[in-house]
Design a protein around this ligand. Structure first.
Ligand code: CP3
Length: 375
C-alpha cells in the first residue's frame, strides 16, 4: 500500500532516511514542483481525461458525469486512459470541482455542454447558513478511487484537486457558468461579511476534499481558481486570498506539492503564490519567463494555448519549444496547457507533444546548468 506516500514525501523534503527505491517521491513531476533538477520537464494536461479521447467517450456513454464520479472503478479507468495513451508524467483524478458540493448536500447537476447548474443559487444569509460542511465519509468513493489508482499507477504520481473558494462561489451564487460573475461580485462588494462567511465554508469543504485525496495517496494537489482572473489584484487580496490561503495552508502538514492555477491571472500571480502555492499555474497570456520574474523564480506550470493544438504540427512544435525555453527561467517547470484540453483536440497531437517535451532536455535546461549530471 502506498497510502502513506505523503509522509515519505515529507521525509524526502526534509532530507531524512528516504528509501532510494521510493520512485514516487523522485519522479520528474515532484522534483520539478520542488525546484530540483529533472531528466526532462514533466508534462501533463489539464482535462487530459475527457472528450478528446474516443475511449473516454465510449466508457462514459450512458453514465452522467456525477454518477461516473461516484464509481471508483470507472474513475480509476477514466483517470488511467490518458496516462496509458500519452505517457504523461502525472495522472489527475477524474472528478469535478463540484463533487464535494454535491456530497455536502448542494442540489446541482453537471449539464453536458454547459457545466454545473445549481437548483437553488446561494444568495442570502440563510442560504449560506444552510451550506453544510463536507464529512469525509460523504466522499468515501473518492478515497476508494484514489486507493485503486495509486495501486494501478506505480511510480506515476496522482494529482488530486479541488475548486478554490472564489470559483466555487461563482457557480453557487450565479447558479451556473457565468461570463461576468456579476451576481457573485454584487454579493462580494455589497455584503462582505456574508461573502466571507460563504467563502469560509467553501474553503473548509475544499480543504476536506483535498485532505481525503492526499490521505488516500494523492502525491500532489492542484487548487483550481479558474475564474479568479475576473478580479483586480486589490479585490483578490481582500476578498479571495485569505480563503485560498486557508485551503493551501491547511495542507501544509501533509507536505505534498500544492499547485495553484487560474485563467487570466497574470496580474494575480504573486498574490496567488502568497496564498501558499508551491507551484503557480499560468495561462497562455503571460510568458513563463515573465511569470517566473513575478514569482521570484518559484516553479511554474503551463502554458501552451490549448488552441495551438489545432494548428499544423510545425506551429505546435515551435510553440512547445518556446514554452519550454521560457519555462526554463523558473526554478522548476511543469509543462501543461494554459487551460484544459478542448474536446475537439486530436489526441495524437497531445501524444506528440509529450514526446517532444520528453525529448527536449537540452533546450529546456537553464543557462549555467550544463554540467549538472542529473539535469
Ligand atoms: O482530466 C482532468 O483534468 C480531470 C478531470 C476534471 C474535470 N473537471 C472533469 C470534467 C477536472 C480537473 C475538472 C475541474 C473543473 N470542473 C474546473 C476547473 C478546471 C477548469 O476547467 O478551469 C471547472 C471550472 C469545472 C466545472 C465544469 N465541469 C465545467 C466548466 C464542465 C464542462 C461542461 C461541458 O460539458 O463542457 C464540467 C464538466 C466536466 N468535468 C467534464 C469533465 C470531463 C465534461 C463532462 C462530460 O464529459 O460529460
Amino acid at each position: 500500500m502506498r497510502g502513506g506516500r505523503h509522509r515519505e514525501a515529507h521525509d524526502t523534503m526534509a532530507g531524512m532516511n528516504t528509501p532510494p527505491e521510493d520512485a514516487a517521491t523522485t519522479t520528474p513531476l515532484l522534483r520539478a514542483c520542488r525546484g530540483e533538477a529533472v531528466p526532462h520537464p514533466p508534462v501533463w494536461f489539464m482535462r487530459q481525461a475527457g472528450r478528446s479521447l474516443p475511449e473516454y467517450r465510449a466508457l462514459r456513454a450512458g453514465t452522467s458525469m456525477l454518477e461516473a464520479c461516484r464509481r471508483p472503478e470507472l474513475v480509476c479507468e477514466l483517470t488511467m486512459q490518458p496516462v496509458r495513451r500519452h505517457g504523461v508524467d502525472a495522472a489527475i483524478l477524474f472528478s469535478d470541482i463540484v463533487v464535494p458540493l454535491v456530497a455536502a448536500g448542494v442540489d446541482l447537476d453537471i449539464v453536458a455542454g454547459t457545466g454545473p447548474v445549481v437548483a437553488a443559487p446561494v444568495r442570502t444569509a440563510s442560504d449560506v447558513a444552510a451550506l453544510a460542511p463536507l464529512h469525509p465519509d460523504a466522499v468515501g468513493y473518492v478515497a476508494e478511487a484514489v486507493r485503486l489508482l495509486v495501486g494501478e499507477l506505480g511510480a506515476t504520481p496522482l494529482i488530486g484537486f479541488a475548486g478554490a473558494p472564489f470559483t466555487l462561489a461563482s457557480y453557487l451564487v450565479e447558479g451556473g457558468p457565468s461570463r461576468h460573475h456579476e451576481k457573485t461580485k454584487a454579493l462580494m462588494y455589497g455584503d462582505p461579511a456574508l461573502w466571507h462567511a460563504l467563502c469560509g465554508r467553501l474553503a473548509e469543504i475544499a480543504l476536506t476534499f483535498l485532505r481525503v485525496q492526499v490521505t488516500a495517496g494523492a502525491a500532489a494537489v492542484q487548487l483550481f481558481d479558474s475564474w479568479a482572473g475576473a478580479l483586480s489584484e486589490a479585490d483578490y487580496r481582500r476578498y479571495v486570498l485569505p480563503h485560498s490561503a486557508a485551503v493551501l495552508g491547511g495542507l501544509a502538514d501533509l507536505a505534498v506539492p500544492r499547485i495553484h492555477f487560474g485563467v487570466g491571472t497574470g496580474e494575480l500571480l504573486a498574490a496567488m503564490a502568497e496564498a501558499g502555492a508551491d507551484v503557480v499555474g499560468v495561462d497562455w497570456r503571460t510568458p513563463l519567463d515573465a511569470a517566473a520574474r513575478r514569482l521570484r523564480g518559484r516553479p511554474v506550470q503551463g502554458n501552451l494555448d490549448p488552441c495551438v493544438l489545432f494548428a499544423p504540427w510545425d506551429v505546435v512544435e515551435t510553440e512547445v519549444r518556446r514554452v519550454l525555453a521560457e519555462g526554463a527561467a523558473a526554478s522548476g517547470h511543469v509543462f501543461n496547457l494554459g487551460h484544459g484540453v478542448l474536446p475537439g483536440t486530436d489526441p495524437d497531437v497531445l501524444t506528440r507533444v509529450v514526446e517532444l517535451v520528453h525529448a527536449t532536455t537540452v533546450t529546456a535546461r537553464r543557462p549555467g546548468e550544463e554540467d549538472d549530471p542529473v539535469a
